[in-house]
Design a protein around this ligand. Structure first.
Ligand code: AP5
Ligand code: MG
Length: 244
């Protein structure tokens, strides 16, 4: 594991916690299947910050049958965005309650609309925090479709696999926690194309939003998983060094 210190990422001595780590708040933007979840898990670990995925939180709430989960499920299964008010309040409460902003956070899949981005900026400002960097994971359309059709995730913690490009050691079983792998309902049928359309018509506008704030960087997500991770670490390190 590593942590931020100045302009470099240093190996972390686990017994020391994260001494001297500087807080960095990052947004990961990318179309469905671009590898946000795959990369975010590794990136958060490498940077010593917390990973928060709005999709994972909605799926967990849905499995637990909470009121939020029941409402969100209607949208998730159809491949539509959950309304902004529900999404913003879930994420801001989650971040505040968990005190994640103290250590730094990697937001995967949030925000997805300009209204969400503005609400996030306001929420952070009120806590004297801000987003440092927004990373766009760019992957060609045809690659996205093929990745989504081969994706499986685990029941226990939503670890991500792919039949072709990232198979588990034992078919149908998560390498990390031994739970069952399943295909997400929104990776089947018309929900796939609907989700991609929403990204390229709506969420893509965030690139302009963060570009104007001087916070946008782009990474080629169409490389092997480990290479994407290395590129992400390098690009984020350079970006933070230039801004400090
Ligand atoms: P969410 O769970 O965020 O889904 P998504 O946006 O559709 O994104 P995905 O999880 O499909 O893609 P990913 O980029 O994480 O790719 P992954 O790493 O899995 O959201 C689900 C739903 O929740 C939304 O549709 C909406 O209803 C709701 N929601 C969530 N956030 C919301 C918000 N802010 N506002 C409103 N509603 C919201 O990788 C995909 C596959 O490719 C995997 O099989 C993986 O193994 C493979 N792979 C990854 N990288 C590579 C690589 N480099 N090479 C080869 N294969 C790779
Ligand atoms: Mg994901």
């Amino acid at each position: 594991m590593t942590f931020w210190k100045g302009d470099a990422i240093h190996p972390l001595d686990e017994s020391q916690g994260h001494p001297g780590a500087i807080m960095v708040n990052i947004i990961l933007i990318g179309a469905q299947g671009s590898g946000k979840g795959t990369q975010a898990e590794r990136l958060a670990q490498n940077l010593g910050i917390h990973h928060v995925s709005s999709g994972d939180l909605f799926r967990k709430a849905s499995e637990e049958g909470t009121e939020l989960g029941r409402k969100a499920r209607l949208y998730l299964d159809r491949g539509e965005l959950v309304p902004d008010d529900l999404t913003v309040s879930m994420i801001l409460h989650y971040i505040a309650e968990s005190n994640y902003m103290r250590d730094g956070v990697l937001l995967d899949g949030f925000p997805r609309t300009i209204a969400q981005a503005q609400a996030l900026d306001r929420g952070l400002l009120s806590a004297d925090r801000h987003i440092d960097c927004a990373v766009y994971l760019n992957v060609p359309h045809e690659v996205l479709l093929s990745r989504l059709s081969g994706r499986y995730i685990c029941r226990a913690a939503q670890h991500v696999y792919n039949r072709e490009t990232n198979p588990p050691k034992v078919p149908g079983i998560c390498d990390l926690d031994g739970s069952e792998l399943y295909q997400r309902p929104d990776d089947q049928g018309s929900a796939v194309q609907k989700r991609l359309n929403i990204f390229f018509e709506e969420t893509i506008r965030l690139l302009d939003y963060y570009q104007k704030q001087g916070k946008l960087v782009e990474v080629n997500g169409n490389q092997p998983i480990e290479q994407v991770q290395e590129t992400l670490l390098e690009v984020i390190r350079h970006f933070m060094a230039e801004r400090s």
